[in-house]
Design a protein around this ligand. Structure first.
Ligand code: PLP
Length: 452
């Protein structure tokens, strides 16, 4: 198809996720190829992949070892079902995942996306208690501003108003506790913010623990909720309370897993061991849709019984445990080991932190939040009062459009600019991306200041 035709047909035929198609029509983009940390559109224009193709990519595009792993697997078989049958790469990957994740996690239930991994985790937690005879433990505790994917179960434990309010009548009820947000908190002391939030959790657990199946939250960083980082000791405190009140702890590491925060998994920052953990995004290096829900052996045991007891976990997806996906995930983990990727992320994160200092002084940069290579830059109308821009001005969106013009792709979270570079970005790449963000922020916000 001719490139003009591709753009035309993309407007006529596609319905893109999380996209107002009116915006897309005004600024269409068709990506044709990638190489390393660069993406190329059908016009041949190049862009830095500043959001790792939506928080997935790790070692860059067209990484030879990953390409080869898929080709080698393709010579054997592309896909066979995991319903009642296993396959070699799924087993080998499960062994690696059990080794890499916290000690307690011993079982791997595969699926194809983060949201599915979350649905599975919720259903497992719910059925775990039922299988053990605790039929009243049916509720979940979630934190404000949490995000766990877009299926109905996942949005029921999510709390990003702009995404979720519409579907409220469809959702099941959860207990919501306040996330210990630091920016715009009138309390300044991080310990006090942490303790207040833990106190709110304890209130819910002590009052309603008997009907609560699990507490679910993201690991250390709320991603889609705006890149908010938990104060030190918070997640550890949550783990302690979950044990004390006998509820399961579910940690969603879909965004934070596989080195993104500078540790293989974010729970390692606090030596937390969840009962259930979801992983996806970076698991295949950003190549193919594989996700997993990891659980303890104790949970698994509650499902192990004679068939007629009806304790089986009745859940599965057609492409679960896809062999190509598991094969590329294995090759991805090999690179982590061989190239000491985690140490590399730590070094690059420190470099980025230093480079981002130049953005701090900009008059509309309200806050820069960073853990590892997971970064949010929040733009505000007034730095002193932390007053946001009117949301209808879409300053974040305008800024990423300007960045795109300057040769870098990302997507904002409201007025928070997301910077999630592939770990494979060189120091030069990182510097260039930060320069583009700086220029875009300056151009967009200076125009706004004049017009308001
Ligand atoms: C992206 C994300 C999900 C959803 O994953 P999908 O693969 O997009 O369904 C779930 N939880 C968190 C924390 C995420 O960032």
């Amino acid at each position: 198809m001719q490139k003009e035709m591709l753009i035309q047909k993309s407007k006529e035929l596609l319905w893109l996720p999380f996209t107002q198609m009116q915006d897309y029509e005004a600024d269409p983009l068709v990506i044709e190829k990638g190489e390393g940390v660069m993406l190329y559109d059908t016009e041949g224009k190049s862009y830095y992949d500043g959001y790792s193709s939506l928080w997935l990519n790790v070692h860059g595009h067209k990484k030879k070892e990953l390409d080869d792993a898929i080709k080698a697997q393709l010579d054997k078989v592309a896909h066979t079902t995991l319903l009642g049958a296993a396959n070699r790469p799924a087993i080998e990957l499960a062994e690696r995942l059990v080794q890499l994740t916290p000690e307690k996690l011993k079982r791997v239930f595969y699926s194809d996306s983060g949201a599915e991994a979350v649905e599975i985790g919720l259903k497992i937690a719910f059925q775990y208690w039922r299988n053990k005879g605790f039929h009243e433990k049916t509720k979940f505790v979630t934190v404000t501003n949490g995000y766990h994917g877009d299926t109905v179960g996942a949005i029921s434990v999510g709390a990003v108003d702009i995404f979720h309010t519409t579907y409220k009548p469809l959702m099941f009820d959860s207990y919501k506790i306040p996330f210990p947000t630091i920016y715009r908190n009138e309390v300044v002391d991080h310990k006090e913010i942490r303790d207040q939030s833990l106190y709110e959790l304890e209130k819910v657990l002590s009052g309603n623990g008997q009907e609560i199946a699990a507490v679910i939250m993201e690991g250390m960083v709320q991603g889609a909720g705006g890149m908010h980082i938990m104060p030190e000791g918070y997640l550890k405190g949550v783990e302690r309370l979950c044990k004390e009140y006998d509820v399961l702890l579910i940690v969603d590491e879909v965004a934070t897993g596989f080195g993104r925060t500078g540790k293989m998994f974010a729970v390692e920052h606090e030596e937390v061991e969840p009962d259930i953990m979801m992983i996806a995004k970076g698991i295949t290096g950003g190549y193919l849709p594989i996700a997993a829900t990891m659980t303890t052996e104790k949970i698994y045991d509650a499902f192990y019984a004679d068939y007629t007891e009806l304790k089986t976990f009745f859940h599965g997806h057609s492409y679960t445990g896809n062999q190509l996906g598991c094969a590329v995930a294995l090759a991805n983990l090999d690179i982590f080991e061989k190239d000491h990727v985690i140490e590399d992320v730590e070094k690059k994160a420190a470099f980025v932190r230093e480079q981002l200092n130049s953005l701090k002084s900009l008059s509309h940069v309200g806050d820069i939040r960073q853990l590892g290579l997971m970064i949010g830059i929040e733009l505000v109308a007034d730095k002193q009062s932390k007053q946001p821009f009117p949301w209808t001005k879409r300053v974040g969106y305008q800024t990423t459009l300007k960045m795109r013009e300057l040769g870098m792709l990302s997507r904002p979270l409201g007025d928070t600019i997301v910077f999630m570079p592939p770990y494979a970005s060189s120091y030069e790449d990182l510097k260039a991306m930060i320069a583009i963000m700086e220029q875009a922020i300056m151009e967009v916000t200076s125009k706004l200041s004049v017009s308001t």
